[in-house]
Design a protein around this ligand. Structure first.
Ligand SMILES: *Cc1c(COP(=O)(O)O)cnc(C)c1O
Length: 526
């Protein structure tokens, strides 16, 4: 396979198996082939014309640069086109249906964006004197109030920057609570169906992870939890609704058993979208739960940031909420930023971040809540569940469901039994969806199901959009079952890149551009 100077496959290489003729430019219709700025720019030119400076005596002494700066010389339009073209390669919720299960890729209402850009909010700085940011503190307090109302919990930590960061925050609160009692519990129970961040979080702060086996439908059996309980168990990390799209019906019994054993119940709240306004997790016995504002409350998923994963804590853990936090004094929110400002009974375990969290995301999430109201949020959950079941009903005669034909929550899980003997793998099937203009659903997760395909349409899709999606999948399934493999083996045929070595990309990513050997040497070496 031919590679470019950075070891990336070139279009010619990735298109080699295509039945489409190569283009002269390597471009595909209006999808323009994109090299790195460093590959197209030349360091002997610059994008700006500046006169040679007049004669002067440099005063930098030995600080003066010894080597060339090695930045690509490009003009403003060349640079701008590069970034605009890169942005066009991102599939996003603004381009089409994004059915990634567990990730809740819902529409980001533009009203939220407008609110986040209001003068005074868009420019607020975490080091501004408190006397100038009363409104921002009040906004954070109001967001916290909504989160506590929706979850039935006691206190909230707003600073964590993502769901996984929220897990860390909640588990550190649990660790602090255990230490405060003088106990040395070191085991965390994690069901088989859990998201990988759950065991990773527990292990990161020194807990030993013990796996709870799943029932055939992917739910957790309270008896299996009870069998694992001991004085060493610190907590369970349970996702509800779980990653199979099912509500854990025995959650109250599990919580009671956990508490009776002196342990804590961490709930992974990534799937909160299904139950907002319907169930308060505090009433289910949860002690800590993170809320992915970018999932449930429609703030943008930003390629690793800026995210926000506030954590709500029960009365048992409230005192351990990290700094900074907001204390309500009557109707006045007071921002508590340092240990010096603590009152008796406030025992934060430390702090998660330098500042207060992602203000822009707080504004967007609160805007979403206020524009929906409590009835609107409730309806959003109901519609999310309705849409997932609409997809399920539209596909259940053709695609296999591991949990039988059971009503799901906000996401529907299929397995690959329906592809058996067809010669089409789960991966082939997902790649064929790309040719049809759909981001594939979550694949091969949860791990408890063979060839899992987890579809979460969210409440933001219209019936017409779901109908087209269902019709497309039905067409693909029938082609697969008929042994018509052309659309699968070669897929994606229309994408700018075909099948890449995703494992190698994840395991040994090239994160740094390396200057290639001069062309002459490279040519001689070939
Ligand atoms: C998304 C997700 C997480 C992690 O959240 P991030 O915000 O991506 O860090 C954890 N658990 C589950 C079940 C999730 O879906």
């Amino acid at each position: 396979m031919s590679m470019n100077s950075q070891g990336r496959p070139t279009v010619a290489a990735t298109a080699a198996t295509s039945d489409l003729p190569d283009t002269f430019t390597g471009n595909r219709a209006l999808q323009i082939e994109e090299a790195l700025l460093f590959e197209v720019g030349r360091d002997d030119v610059t994008g700006v014309d500046l006169d040679e400076p007049a004669e002067f005596t440099p005063r930098l002494g030995k600080l003066a640069r010894q080597q060339p700066i090695d930045l690509p010389g490009l003009s403003e339009p060349e640079t701008m086109r590069h970034y605009v073209r890169l942005s066009q390669k991102n599939y996003s919720i603004d381009s089409g249906l994004y059915p990634l299960g567990s990730c809740t890729m819902k529409h980001n209402p533009r009203l939220n964006e407008k609110m986040a850009r209001l003068p005074g909010i868009g420019d607020v700085h975490p080091l501004q004197p408190l006397s100038t940011v009363g409104g921002a503190v009040e906004l954070m307090a109001e967001l916290g109030r909504w989160l506590l109302e929706m979850t039935g919990m006691t206190s909230v930590a707003l600073s964590p920057k993502a769901g996984a960061h929220g897990e860390l925050c909640g588990m550190m609160a649990i660790k602090a609570a255990i230490a405060a009692k003088g106990e040395t519990r070191n085991i965390v129970l994690v069901p088989e169906s859990a998201h990988g961040t759950n065991p990773a979080t527990a292990a990161l702060i020194g807990f030993k992870v013990v796996t709870v086996p799943a029932r055939a439908d992917g739910t957790v059996d309270p008896e299996a939890v009870k069998a694992l309980l001991s004085p060493d168990v610190a907590a369970i990390m349970l996702t509800n609704p779980n990653t199979c799209g099912l509500f854990e019906r025995d959650v109250v019994e599990i919580a009671a058993a956990i508490h009776a054993a002196g342990a804590y119940f961490y709930c992974d709240g990534a799937n909160f979208n299904a139950i907002v306004g319907k169930a308060k997790v505090g009433e289910l016995g949860v002690d800590a739960m993170h809320i992915n504002l970018h999932k449930t409350f429609s703030t943008p998923h930003g390629g690793g940031g800026p995210g926000a994963g506030p954590v709500v804590l029960s009365e048992r853990l409230a005192a351990f909420a990290p700094l900074p936090f907001i204390r309500m004094e009557g109707n006045d929110p007071v921002l508590v930023e340092s240990e010096a400002a603590l009152k008796p009974g406030e025992t934060p375990f430390g702090r998660m971040t330098a500042f207060h969290g992602q203000m822009g995301m707080f504004v967007r999430a609160l805007s979403y809540m206020l524009s929906h109201g409590s009835d609107g949020l409730q309806q959003a959950s109901e519609d999310a569940v309705l849409n997932a079941n609409y997809v399920r009903a539209g596909l259940r005669d053709l695609m296999s469901q591991p949990s039988g034909d059971r009503t799901c929550m906000h996401e529907v899980l299929f397995d690959d039994t329906f592809l058996e003997g067809s010669g089409v793998s789960t991966l082939d099937f997902a790649k064929a969806m790309i040719d049809e203009g759909y981001h594939p659903m979550t694949m091969y997760f949860p791990l408890v199901v063979h060839g899992a395909m987890l579809i979460e349409p969210t409440e933001s899709e219209s019936k017409a959009s779901l109908d087209l999606f269902i019709a497309t999948l039905r067409d693909l399934v029938m082609k697969a079952k008929a042994g018509d493999l052309e659309r699968f083996e070669q897929a994606p045929r229309y994408a700018p890149r075909r099948r890449l070595d995703e494992t190698r990309a994840a395991r040994s990513p090239k994160l740094k551009w390396e200057k290639p050997e001069p062309w002459a040497e490279a040519a001689a070496a070939e």
